[in-house]
Design a protein around this ligand. Structure first.
Ligand SMILES: *Cc1c(COP(=O)(O)O)cnc(C)c1O
Length: 297
């Protein structure tokens, strides 16, 4: 089992705007579950690592960009569990290593760089075959870590306390986390995702994941696609200003790729009156605070 350092608790966020609009805002601090394997990555890895152990794998192999939270978390989880790990990193090597890759390497992860055009075909057998020849037998975690065992783990973000909320909000990258939350809610409340990527395709991706995972259709969810700030990992002074303000007022650290954009979106929706008075909104702090310092310019 991966270790839980701090059981994630739900805190209320009191703000002028929630008072004015008569809504109640809460945050579940999944970011505190582990110092290195934070938030949703801990949830998504848990059953995958148990499965890999049962199947007698000794090596994990996965994919990610140079700033990937998933690479960072997988490296730490592999070390904690006693697996060897290989990270296939998109693009060329840049030295000195950035803080994410330097940490991964310190945890014992072997870094293998892959040019961008090959990386696009990373899950194809023509790419995986040579990796198996080179590294031997490995347990493959897809980019972002999303598969059915990850959805099962993410569904455990939801407990009886979470099921009491009118809205449960989460950032969305590949959709594994929100699929798990939708499953965990099992028809209660509404689940609202905030896309960290530009475009509408994530609704379709989440639909597909749910079809694979759930026997019955669950329709009490939606994905907001207008708070990506220009696209994945795009940032702006307005976004950093918002993140700083939340930290000053509430001592809640947010990251600029996922949780910061979600919270910005929720504040914007509260301000424009999209939630009826007395609505109880829960946000999930999915973690991702590694590498935040490197993003400020
Ligand atoms: C990876 C990540 C997400 C996205 O999770 P998906 O399951 O890929 O949708 C959200 N928040 C944080 C902090 C992350 O690191």
């Amino acid at each position: 089992m991966l270790k839980i350092y701090e059981e994630p608790v739900i805190e209320e966020v009191y703000d002028e705007i929630t008072t004015e609009k008569e809504v109640r805002l809460f945050i579940k601090r999944e970011d505190k579950i582990h110092p290195y394997i934070s938030g949703n990555k801990w949830r998504k890895l848990k059953y995958n690592l148990e499965y890999a152990r049962q199947q007698n794998f000794s090596t994990l192999l996965t994919f990610g960009g140079a700033y990937s939270n998933h690479i960072y978390a997988t490296a730490a989880a592999a070390k904690e569990y006693g697996f060897k790990s290989i990270g296939i990193i998109r693009g060329e090597e840049h030295l000195p290593l950035n803080p994410t890759l330097s940490f991964a390497s310190q945890q014992g992860m072997h870094l293998h760089y892959m040019d961008r055009s090959t990386y696009r075909r990373k899950h194809d057998t023509e790419v995986i075959g040579p990796l198996t020849e080179k590294y031997g037998r490995f347990y493959l975690l897809p980019e972002g870590g999303t598969n059915l065992l990850a959805i099962k783990g993410a569904s455990e973000i939801v407990n009886e306390e979470v099921r009491q909320f009118d809205y449960v909000c989460t950032p969305v990258g590949t959709g594994g986390t929100i699929a798990g939350i939708i499953s965990g809610m099992n028809g209660r409340g509404r689940v609202m995702g905030f896309s960290a990527l530009k475009g509408d395709f994530l609704k379709h991706d989440v639909q597909k994941l749910l079809q694979l995972y759930e026997k019955h259709p669950l329709t009490n969810w939606d994905i907001k696609t207008s708070y990506h700030f220009g696209g994945y990992a795009k940032v702006s002074p307005v976004l950093f200003g918002f993140i700083d303000e939340i930290y000053k007022k509430h001592q809640i650290p947010l990251d600029p790729i996922y949780t910061g954009k979600m919270m910005f979106g929720i504040y914007d929706m509260i301000r424009s009156g999209e939630f009826a008075p007395k609505t109880k909104i829960l946000t999930i702090h999915t973690g991702g605070l590694q590498g935040v310092e490197g993003m400020r310019r």
